[in-house]
Design a protein around this ligand. Structure first.
Ligand code: FAD
Length: 386
């Protein structure tokens, strides 16, 4: 039995297995594991490479705009993220952000906006970002304060966004701002803001444990043409949630990729490390741990591809995506920790694969809805069903 047997699961079509195999071979040739010194330059290069390799065509929807299909194929996105994450966390990040940052344009953009942005995203010529979070509005999105006020043919944006991935290197941001049609989540709209728009300034670059471009943005009387609004006025929360319904499942897929790599590393180490006259894998304590790791990985994969498949069937996926994200990210953290433990002192040496995985996985349990938020979503959906 090969370790890719899951590609024969009924969630997939033959094209999915072909996609995974082609990408796996391409990444092994083009992209190495490890953290980069100059993260901005590395990220720009990865976006370009992924564009040239044709992989970013899967991050957008619409063949007319350079996409691989007429709509976003969630299973393809998940397989690509899983495969990239197994090899290199920044490559996964670069792919994911092209998708998350342009997802609202694929799903809700006018023809003009889709034609202006999506082909460049797919070719890796324009870097995308998704700007929802604020200092006082992370888990509680409805507490958003950044405001957009209509003024003739424009909206004028004032306020702050933080934790914005690709902040500082993006060519455009999909920004969510309060337009006030109704209170709370019903009074938010989404806009495309070009990085060079007057009034948009990067006020801080944030350093994190697994280096990625990340920034805080300030909008001061920043004018955005009304034609760059995505969806109806006041529908921004719906735009954000529909985008997250695709990409939340793909966070689970990335976690799965990190966990699979950790298990590969652990297996190699356990079968080679000599101690007490045998190898580490000969101990039943090690075997129990390996069994738990493998079982956790398979349950994560089942939940992830169930959610991806269900979305591709056009069905509601709020609960299933939350279950996948919750389970896969929490499990990956445990699997990576167990793998690192098997490496002993070597496990905490900078640059070791398990050490980079240990740093990569942590933020996935926080962004696109922390674990506790996913628990609340699952329970809310369950209670609705009764
Ligand atoms: C590396 C990274 C990249 C990011 N990229 C982006 C991006 O590109 N775009 C973007 O818009 N945002 C991005 N974010 C922001 C991310 O989505 C927020 O950090 C996340 O939503 C949590 O918000 P917060 O940090 O304000 O934490 P808070 O909202 O203050 O939450 C803190 C903690 O409280 C707990 N919690 C939350 N709600 C509840 C509850 N109801 N009950 C009990 N406990 C709860 C959770 O454990 C949570 O981690 C990124 C964050 C990180 C770390």
């Amino acid at each position: 039995m090969s370790d890719k047997d899951y590609l024969a699961w009924p969630f997939f079509e033959p094209r999915h297995a072909a996609l995974e195999q082609a990408l796996d071979a391409w990444v092994a040739q083009h992209i190495a594991h490890g953290h980069a010194q100059d993260v901005d330059a590395a990220c720009r290069q990865l976006v370009r490479q992924l564009g040239e390799g044709g992989w970013l065509r899967h991050a957008i929807g619409g063949t007319a705009y350079g996409g691989a299909g007429d709509s976003i194929d969630t299973r393809a996105i998940c397989l690509i993220r899983e495969t990239l994450a197994r090899h290199n966390g920044l490559a996964d990040f670069a792919f994911a952000m092209q998708g998350l940052g342009s997802g609202a344009i694929s799903l809700f953009g006018s023809d003009d906006n889709r034609a202006a942005y999506l082909p460049r995203v797919a070719r890796g010529e324009a870097i995308a970002a998704f700007a929802l979070s604020e200092p006082q509005a992370g888990s509680d999105v409805a507490a958003m304060q950044c405001a957009a006020v209509r003024d003739g043919d424009d909206y004028v944006l004032n306020g702050e966004k933080t934790w914005i991935s690709n902040g500082g290197i993006a060519d455009f941001y999909v920004v969510f701002a309060r337009t006030g049609e109704q209170p709370g989540a019903r009074g938010i709209s989404a806009f495309i803001v070009d990085a060079d728009a007057p009034g948009l300034v990067i006020t801080e670059r944030i350093q994190v444990i697994a280096p990625h471009p990340l920034a805080r943005l300030q909008f001061t009387d920043c004018r955005v043409p009304a034609g760059k609004r995505l969806g109806e006025a006041g529908q921004g929360f719906k735009v954000a949630m529909a985008t997250l319904d695709v990409f939340r499942t793909s966070v689970a897929a990335a976690a799965l990729g990190f966990a699979r790599r950790a298990l590969e590393e652990a297996m190699q180490r356990a079968t080679q490390r000599q101690m007490f006259g045998q190898v580490l894998a000969d101990f039943q304590l090690t075997q129990a741990r390996l069994a738990d790791m493998a079982t956790g990985i398979d349950t994560s994969a089942l939940l992830t591809y169930r959610a991806a498949w269900q979305r591709d069937q056009g069905r509601k996926v709020t609960k299933e995506a939350a279950m996948a994200k919750l389970h896969a990210t929490e499990t990956a953290q445990q699997v990576i920790d167990a793998a690192l433990q098997m490496f002993g002192g070597l496990g905490v040496v900078s640059g070791q694969v398990v050490e980079t995985l240990y740093r990569e996985i942590r933020a996935l349990r926080i962004y696109e809805g922390a674990t506790e938020v996913q628990q609340l979503i699952i329970a809310r959906e369950l209670l609705k069903e009764t």
